[in-house]
Design a protein around this ligand. Structure first.
Ligand code: ADP
Ligand code: ZN
Length: 731
């Protein structure tokens, strides 16, 4: 970019605001001038809004009417690379710039002056009269050298009331000062010794450190089974980044995992890093945002939106569990944090590490093609070995109706209990039963707002829609036919499985792990720690347990329904089942004792089930890759979803049909459009949803074509159009 870096008072500047406008607005630079990238407050109609100085004014507005920037905020100006990143991300995801800017300013109170608080330190004056209480205050301040305290801290340490301190301030014996509330994060020490690495691990760590010292962009896929020490290895890369004076960002998929990881960071570097996630308080978020911008936070551990923090000098981004679907944001700006991490790193010359035991096919293919480096950790650390995997052929098992634990699995669990080891029963369904059926009329209870079934949650004593979150009490009578006492649960959820387990193993201590059973991340963490210490014989869990927790006494994993993910038309169904089953199985035998994984299935001959058992991962990926190549789908072709939604189905379909007819811009680049068709979930929150799917050859300029294709569409009333580039889920 060329052009001025600084604007004098009165010069025209173009300001990008967070308001939904399709262009920047011109303002006059305020008194004192402003830098390019400055965060500013500008008048818009009667309001004051947040914006960023994006360049020179366009001058296409009546100069007499141009207003002045109200003030420049006290925050480091947005750097050129950040502006470039937002622009490229907007182009890639076809998102308007104001929405990108909102993502990059998601900290409350950015417009406020940095909030201040009073601190107290030793003054030069002498107190008139030395009481015991006054002496104690002065002693505390002398004992701690030049340190300052808040009023509360000082009062507590000296054992006095705050009025004693205020009295000393009046006499000049204690000094009262203003200090910013948002303090820098404690300094991390990258020179503290880490764990002694195995040969494999240190080779991988060395390779990452070398790349970092090269000071240029690069992406590395770090693949290793669960427990092979990927975290230990990438912490070495974090250390190297800190030694080079650069900031590092570690992205994690689950808030629940953060606590365990933060403790590891604290042990490794002697202090806690900055945290960024939806559970953080407003004050914490503002502190992280500011400190990252001024370089006073060296390491951020966070959820996907941490990618949009204003790092001053970012050297390293780790995407842990890079295959995890939660990296794809499915609301608002539809972006994939894994891909955006690579984009951001490419712009600022940083290194990316994608860590996973079961990489996404996209990353695997990029490594095959030589676009990414690849490092493999082959063995589990220490004595731990990968669990033995077997199927239980459900066609040959004798099961009572309404029960799901096969005799074979029952025996295996019992054997573990007898030897004091833990078992895990895995079922990827929350609630009590996925379906509630009326045995009088045969109708299922559905959601009033969505094309989805209501799921019974006995723990909450309610029916819940997993699409929109709507809940209602469990009725006595069928909402369709009104007959009482005929509603029956069909199929298992985690709660129903726990009920069966309690009846089957009455002496067992059973722990349930499902995201909706815990009010807070803290409660969940406490539960996980209890389990790790051995406070349960049997763990019943949903997807939540597949992710990274360490249960040393766990030696058996029973998968209740290994076929579940294989149904459905999602192009990634096989890949997801493969990843999930391997991740879950990886929970067993993480310590000295060997583990076993038993998969209950009705189709033991299914190629995916066989690939899971044989452990021939490269073989599985090669076969998946060949299949997708033949079909021309990602990562060997490009896809985009268009979702139209509105309160009435007719007008929504009309727009879809018009788009399908006028597909010239798509055909020009060799792309094809399918649909419109009702989306798999045809109604959510009362809105009808219609979907078009665009397929294009790999190198096609898809975004550009789609932008030209949808430009003529005018959306009347409450109809909305969303573009999803590289869709991950097809709902
Ligand atoms: P992954 O991230 O691949 O699942 P971790 O890095 O979490 O693996 O390692 C699994 C467990 O083994 C952790 O408790 C970790 O501290 C331990 N571990 C791994 N490598 C070493 C090592 N070289 N020395 C000591 N402990 C290690
Ligand atoms: Zn609903």
């Amino acid at each position: 970019m060329s052009g001025p870096e600084y604007f004098e008072h009165g010069e025209l500047v173009a300001v990008l605001t967070t308001q939904p406008l399709d262009r920047t607005l011109d303002y006059k630079a305020p008194e004192g001038g402003c830098f390019l990238g400055a965060f500013v407050e500008v008048p818009l109609g009667p309001r004051k809004v947040l914006g960023v100085v994006w360049g020179q004014g366009q001058g296409n507005f009546d100069p007499a009417k141009i207003r002045s920037v109200i003030r420049v905020l006290e925050a480091a100006p947005m750097r050129e690379e950040m502006r470039a990143f937002l622009g490229r991300a907007a182009d890639y995801t076809l998102t308007p710039m104001p929405a990108m800017l909102r993502l990059a300013t998601r900290a409350p109170g950015l417009g406020d002056p940095p909030s201040m608080r009073k601190i107290y330190r030793l003054g030069s004056g002498a107190p008139e009269r030395l009481t015991d209480a006054r002496t104690r205050v002065l002693e505390v301040l002398r004992d701690y050298g030049g340190l300052a305290f808040t009023l509360k801290e000082l009062a507590e340490m000296a054992g006095v009331t705050s009025s004693v301190i205020k009295g000393l301030v009046k006499q000049g014996a204690v000094r009262e000062e203003d200090s910013p509330r948002d303090l820098p994060y404690p300094v991390l020490d990258p020179y503290l010794p880490g764990k002694e690495l195995t040969e494999d691990q240190s080779a991988a760590a060395d390779a990452l450190c070398r790349s970092l010292r090269g000071g240029q962009y690069g992406t590395t896929l770090l693949k290793g089974v669960t427990g092979s020490g990927k975290t230990e290895v990438y912490l070495e890369a974090v250390a190297e980044s800190l030694r080079l004076g650069k900031q590092a960002l570690v992205l994690l998929p689950e808030i629940a995992l953060t606590a365990e990881f933060l403790s590891r960071v604290e042990v490794r570097f002697g202090a806690r890093p900055a945290e960024w996630h939806s559970g953080a308080t407003m004050t914490e978020r503002r502190r992280v945002w500011r400190m990252v911008g001024q370089g006073d936070a060296q390491l951020v551990v966070g959820a996907r939106s941490a990618l949009f923090l204003p790092f001053r000098d970012l050297g390293l981004i780790i995407v842990d569990e890079e295959h995890d679907t939660s990296y794809k944001q499915e609301d608002g700006v539809l972006y994939n944090a894994r891909d955006m991490a690579v984009l951001r790193a490419a712009i600022c010359g940083a290194q990316v590490v994608l860590a996973s035991a079961t990489p996404s096919l996209e990353s695997w293919a990029n490594a095959e093609a030589g676009k990414y480096e690849r490092l493999d950790l082959s063995a589990r650390f220490g004595a731990a070995v990968l669990p033995e995997m077997k199927t239980i052929d459900m066609r040959a098992e004798q099961l009572q109706p309404g029960s799901w634990i096969s005799p074979t699995l029952r025996q295996a669990v019992r054997a573990r209990m007898d030897s004091g080891e833990q078992s895990l029963l895995f079922i990827n369904r929350r609630g009590y039963a996925p379906v509630t059926l009326c045995r009088a009329c045969g109708q299922q209870i559905g959601c009033d707002h969505c094309d989805a079934r209501m799921v019974e949650h006995r723990f909450l004593k309610r029916l819940m829609c997993h699409q929109c979150g709507e809940t209602k009490p469990m009725p006595d009578a069928c909402p369709s036919c009104g007959v009482e006492g005929k509603l029956a649960p069909v199929g298992p959820g985690i709660e129903r499985l726990a009920e069966e387990a309690a009846a089957t193993f009455p002496e067992a201590r059973i722990a349930m792990l499902s995201s909706d059973l815990f009010g807070s991340a803290r409660a969940l963490k406490a539960k996980i720690e209890e389990i790790a210490e051995g406070d349960a014989d049997l763990i019943i869990g949903t997807q939540l347990v597949a992710k990274g927790h360490n249960f040393p006494k766990l030696t058996l994993v029973g998968v209740i329904d290994a076929d579940l993910g294989l149904q459905g038309s999602d192009l990634r169904a096989a890949e997801r089942t493969f990843q999930l089953m391997r991740q879950v199985a990886g929970r067993a035998g993480r310590s000295e004792r060997p583990g076993q994984a038993l998969l209950q299935t009705f189709q033991p001959e299914h190629p995916v089930i066989r690939a899971i058992l044989s452990g021939d991962e490269e073989g599985f990926w090669r076969a998946e890759a060949a299949g997708r190549q033949a079909a021309g789908v990602p990562p060997y072709g490009r896809m985009a979803g268009i979702i139209l939604s509105g309160p009435e189905v007719g007008p929504v379909f009309d727009i879809g049909n018009a788009l399908a007819r006028n597909d010239g811009p798509l055909r020009q680049v060799g792309a094809q459009v399918f649909g419109p068709a009702p989306a798999p979930i045809a109604r959510i929150r009362g809105r009808h949803r219609v979907r078009l799917l665009v397929k294009a050859p790999k190198g096609a300029p898809l975004q550009d074509a789609i932008a030209r294709w949808i430009a003529p569409v005018t959306l009347k009333g409450d109809i909305r159009l969303a573009v999803d580039i590289d869709p991950q889920s097809f709902f």
